[in-house]
Design a protein around this ligand. Sequence first.
Ligand SMILES: NC(=O)c1ccc[n+]([C@@H]2O[C@H](COP(=O)([O-])OP(=O)(O)OC[C@H]3O[C@@H](n4cnc5c(N)ncnc54)[C@H](OP(=O)(O)O)[C@@H]3O)[C@@H](O)[C@H]2O)c1
Length: 237
Amino acid sequence: MKDHAVALITGANKGLGFEIARQLGRQGLCVVLGARDLEKGDAAASVLRSEGCDAHAVQLDVAREQDVQALPAFFTGKFGRLDVLVNNAGVAEWALDDLDSFRRTFEPNLFGVVATTYALLQLIKESPAGRIVNQSSQLGSLTSITKHPEMFGGFVVPAYTASKAALNGFTVALALKLGSTRVKVNSAHPGWARTELGGDAAPMTAEAGARTAVRLATLPDDGPTGRFFHLDDELPW
Ligand SMILES: NC(=O)c1ccc[n+]([C@@H]2O[C@H](COP(=O)([O-])OP(=O)(O)OC[C@H]3O[C@@H](n4cnc5c(N)ncnc54)[C@H](OP(=O)(O)O)[C@@H]3O)[C@@H](O)[C@H]2O)c1
């Protein structure tokens, strides 16, 4: 069994998930990169290993029950523990606005997060410092988008905003439910970062976009739970 903390980052073969894995790996955590295409996950983990990180990959489409149900046995068998879960995998269909688009968006952005979290919750509760980070978006902050709609241009689209607002609701309710445990659950807004989802016009690098989730994944024991952050700043729901 490893003597250092183990983290699962979903959707980590590229984009923010890959950078989160890299930064947690550099801090000495053992990182497991969830990828729905295992070949891509293995390739990404091997890049991190070449940089000195203890990195592994696991087959994980968060919308695929079989993949999710296999997770507890994978972590128990290979590492004997799981300390950190970063629910990062997500999609955005900016141009589409119909019921099918809602279903395709909610599947990874909410239901996949809930399924993955519940499958692994017992293991995370057994950790001395269990941390769950839900990769949200300021586009899911109902206060921000109603007070300052001009800040968000055309990016306030129904399916994505509703999925991230619902994810924030999950963060709050789960944190309350776990209040008597050591587990901390928070939502992260990475900022607008250059990835496939964020696009080329985004002002932040993926490396900078990863920092909020990394901070929340490594909170000290007296850190917050049930809250929403961008870097060190707290955001309204
Ligand atoms: N970039 C931004 O500006 C920004 C801003 C706010 C919030 N976010 C959030 O940050 C997270 C990461 O976004 P990103 O910008 O890094 O996007 P990205 O580069 O498009 O990466 C998304 C990752 O999620 C994976 N994924 C999608 N559906 C999945 C599923 N069903 N199961 C498992 N993995 C799945 C993708 O896998 P494949 O490679 O197989 O497609 C990919 O690894 C998302 O939750 C997004 O909403 C991003």
